[in-house]
Design a protein around this ligand. Structure first.
Ligand SMILES: *Cc1c(COP(=O)(O)O)cnc(C)c1O
Length: 398
């Protein structure tokens, strides 16, 4: 269906939870997507940091096709091969010893919150259940994860929220130290706040957070739903930031587009879950895990991670040059292929102007443009975006 027809049908049949761009996407290939009229768009959104291998990657497509023909779903009443294999790959390449699979980022964080509470409950008894999270954070839309999220606009109208969550300023050790009490079970944060406007955690701050957690036996949870799976140039962002968490959550890029989430933990923490204490019907189903396995293999065996690191640096340079040339650009931030550009104007205008010029970008937190392209993005793709942004900013200034 062409865009206009789809738009009308969507208004009639879908709950109106999204503000969508006036574009219906029909198909995709590599770093490009196409509408129903055949117009091409360069994709710097990647399904919001999800399509890390781009569109139609042959290894991913083949893995999904093969697994779909063999076995799609079984429930967790039985063992399946792809689930165990994907868990092993994640364990082999991270700090973690054990994995729980679910279907989204919110569910992964929900599992992390439950695991932390259970761990603390088993070890210290009832009453030590509080979780400290950051202002401006984003952890999901379930009741627990929207309570964890430090943004009023996401919580508004859903009160009463869950008890036991405190929000402190990101990168402030002082506020965090004050908020941690005898009732604290865990500290949860994103190594880079994605939805909150691409804010990177300071290395020294993270080191001190780790120390604080270790000293007080408070669990450190890293929400790597957005930063994980090569997004920042290493498989996980924590590898570059010099500290290891006790629990880490993944989703977005993990299935390369198939819905899957994961909660990873060390053995001593993971043992707080026992049979029956947590579950998901779809969680870790063979189809999603086969996709996850294909994604991991491409990242680990191919050159994609190296390429992503190089392109991340190239992109950072391009954005910094753009800032030098255009006064409307206040700041550029990020790591690897998670980049943000803070503007002195509304981001939505630039998003629309880019769309009109055949480039998909995303705006987050009003004044920030966020770029989360597939990790297979090329130098010419980046050049085209930087050039287009320059044209738009020049036009705005005129
Ligand atoms: C996207 C995101 C989530 C929520 O993931 P869903 O799959 O939409 O539930 C949680 N945490 C972070 C850091 C995210 O970027």
């Amino acid at each position: 269906m062409p865009t206009e027809e789809l738009k009308q049908a969507a208004a009639r049949y879908l709950m109106q939870t999204y503000t969508r761009q006036p574009l219906a996407i029909a198909r995709g290939r590599g770093t490009k997507v196409y509408d129903f009229e055949g117009r091409e768009y360069l994709d710097f959104v990647g399904g919001i940091a999800v399509n890390i291998l781009g569109h139609g990657h042959p290894d991913l497509v083949q893995a999904i096709q093969r697994q779909a023909a063999q076995l799609i779903h079984t429930s967790n009443l039985y063992y399946t091969d792809p689930q165990v294999k994907l868990a092993q790959v994640l364990v082999d390449h991270s700090f973690a010893d054990k994995v729980f699979f679910c279907n989204s980022g919110a569910e992964a964080n929900e599992a992390a919150v439950k695991l932390a509470r259970r761990y603390s409950h088993d070890k210290y008894g009832a009453g030590r259940f509080e979780i400290v999270t950051m202002k401006n954070s984003f952890h999901g839309r379930t009741m627990a994860t929207l309570t964890a999220t430090g943004q009023d606009k996401i919580q508004k109208g859903y009160e009463p929220l869950l008890p036991g969550f405190h929000h402190v300023a990101f990168n402030s050790l002082e506020e965090l130290t004050e908020a941690v009490t005898d009732k604290t079970a865990a500290i949860m944060l994103e190594p880079i706040q994605g939805e909150g406007g691409v804010h990177v955690a300071d290395r020294e701050y993270l080191r001190q957070v780790r120390d604080l957690c270790t000293k007080r036996d408070v669990l450190l949870i890293f929400d790597e739903v957005q930063t994980g799976m090569g997004r920042t140039g290493t498989l996980f962002a924590y590898e570059q930031l010099g500290v290891q968490p006790d629990i880490m959550t993944l989703a977005k890029g993990l299935g390369g587009g198939m819905p899957i989430g994961a909660c990873l933990a060390t053995d001593s923490v993971a043992q707080a879950f026992s049979p029956g204490s947590h579950a998901s019907t779809f969680g870790g189903n063979p189809l999603a895990c086969a996709a996850g396995l294909a994604v991991c293999r491409v990242l680990l065996e191919g050159q994609v991670l190296d390429q992503a690191r190089q392109m991340g640096e190239y992109f950072a340079k391009g954005l910094a040059d753009c800032k030098e040339r255009h006064r409307v650009v206040r700041e550029v931030r990020g790591l690897g292929l998670l980049r943000g550009m803070e503007l002195a104007m509304e981001g939505t205008v630039v998003v629309s102007e880019c769309l009109a010029r055949g480039i998909l970008i995303n705006g987050t937190s009003a004044h920030v443009l966020r770029f989360v392209p597939p990790l297979i993005i090329s130098q010419p793709d980046i050049d085209r975006l930087i050039e287009t942004l320059g044209q738009i900013f020049s036009k705005q200034a005129a």
